[in-house]
Design a binder for this molecule. Structure first.
Ligand code: GLC
Length: 446
């Protein structure tokens, strides 16, 4: 008995962090689940990276990569003139692709603001665009019934008080060189600036569903929570927009409520299994760059994109798929093509994505076919996604016997006949692959 008490006390002293993780607010798990519900149901959203970097068209980090100064970068500000910007078109394309929400870069690392902020002149209203591009985005996407989110870069390579650090375009080789370079720069002024801008974004545009802050790199010559004033910032955000959903890049990951979801970036589908049971969203590009990159040719195939969407759902997460519009204000033809293909597939199969998550443990995807299961807990329907259509039209599903009432193809609701054999069921699939890149079989369970 004594021993038990001693062990319990030792656990309290040493391992307390594991069961009483720090909290900033007082929301319960159930309340969070409810707040996150529309987002977990949605599964699929659009990321939009748009800024001055669309002009050089060679990566949104061009200013950093090529160590460009503010003066040299100024030509992009002067020439920014997105004559064909029509967010109504963008919103319609996102919706047609099956996406339920969109997140736009209100400001990226380059510091240029697409919105009309009263705290800077470095904004769209002062370019040839002459208007608040964020306002038009919000109106257009809302009108299509999509939820709207803002990406806002914590980093700012234009602001005079943002100190030069190891990810800055004007970074230097040794740590000791930073102090003299940063004389006269005052991070507390920048901190106030970023807080003011976030306040504007969360005050002037109605209900904002997501805030995507990016990013922290604490440690030597880096920046983190103290630079941003993250705790204070988080409290302000939640106060201004109580329903908002926030990503995990403001360096508060040791607080259980310091963020709402994790953001595995550009990872392969196989890595997504490790996030099961958490709230998460993988963000992915079509081609490697977030901003428009004219000469980038390694675009993901439709099958790779579907793999990301299906594998995300199959592990209880979302996919935020990025488009980098051109300087003219349009989606690239390759993005349009990819979105249309997603839309065609979703048109036949979206029931296996929306409101779905991983399957109960008693069901497993067949080992010998490249496939993934998703499950809708409300309708109790199970979905088998076949990435490679079997040449042999029979598929055996071990352990399914006695659990299945009816089976059909999801894209046309045509019956799939099946037999039971011991513990297994054996599906009799059509010889001809249905006209969808990934075939989905729907199981109505008993
Ligand atoms: C990274 C990059 C950035 C991109 C973002 C999207 O943090 O800095 O360019 O916006 O990821 O997840």
């Amino acid at each position: 008995m004594k021993k038990v008490i001693i062990i319990a006390m030792a656990m309290l002293l040493t391992g307390s962090a594991s069961f009483s993780q720090n909290k900033i607010g007082n929301e319960t798990e159930a309340q969070k689940k409810e707040r996150m519900q529309w987002w977990t149901d949605a599964r699929f959203g659009m990321f939009i990276h748009w800024g001055l970097y669309a002009l050089p068209a060679r990566h949104e980090w061009v200013k950093n990569r090529e160590r460009i100064t503010n003066e040299q970068y100024q030509k992009y500000f002067e020439e920014f003139n997105p004559v064909n910007y029509d967010p109504v078109k963008w919103a319609k394309m996102a919706k047609a692709a099956g996406m339920k929400y969109a997140v736009l870069t209100s400001k990226h690392h380059e510091g240029f603001c697409l919105f009309d902020s009263k705290y800077t002149d470095y904004k769209a209203t002062n370019t040839k665009a002459k208007r608040d591009l964020v306002k038009e985005f919000v109106d257009a996407f809302r009108a299509e019934g999509l939820k709207v989110g803002f990406y806002y870069s914590l980093i700012d390579w234009h602001h005079p008080d943002f100190t030069i650090d190891r990810v800055h375009p004007q970074r230097v080789a040794t740590s000791s060189e930073y102090a003299p370079l940063n004389v006269g720069k005052d991070m507390s002024k920048y901190r106030t600036y970023l807080q003011n801008q976030i306040k504007e974004l969360l005050t002037n545009y109605g209900k904002i569903d997501i805030l995507w802050l990016d990013f922290s790199y604490p440690g030597q010559d880096g920046k983190g929570r103290d630079d941003w004033g993250s705790i204070e910032l988080l409290k302000m955000i939640r106060k201004l927009q109580p329903g908002i959903i926030i990503d995990n890049r403001m360096d508060l990951n040791d607080y259980s409520d310091g963020y709402d979801f994790e953001t595995p970036e550009q990872v392969s589908p196989s890595e997504l299994t490790k996030y099961k049971g958490k709230y998460w969203e993988t963000c992915q590009t079509f081609s490697g760059s977030w901003g428009y990159y004219r000469d980038e040719t390694t675009w993901k195939t439709q099958k790779q994109l579907l793999d990301l969407l299906i594998t995300s759902t199959a592990n209880g997460g979302n996919l935020l798929l990025n488009v980098g519009p051109t300087a003219k204000g349009e989606f690239d033809y390759r993005a349009i093509d990819a979105l249309e293909k997603m839309g065609y597939w979703m048109g036949g199969n979206s029931e296996s994505i929306y409101n779905c998550t991983y399957a109960p443990d008693e069901f497993a995807a067949p080992q010998n076919v490249n496939s993934r299961l998703t499950y809708n807990p409300r309708t109790k329907k199970l979905y088998l996604h076949l990435f490679d259509y079997p040449s042999e039209s029979k598929i055996t599903l071990p352990g399914y016997a006695g659990k299945v009432k009816y089976v059909q193809l999801l894209n046309d609701y045509s019956e799939i006949q099946f037999q039971q054999n011991d513990n297994n069921i054996i599906l009799d699939l059509p010889r001809q692959k249905p006209p969808y890149e990934v075939t989905v079989v729907e199981f109505i369970l008993k």
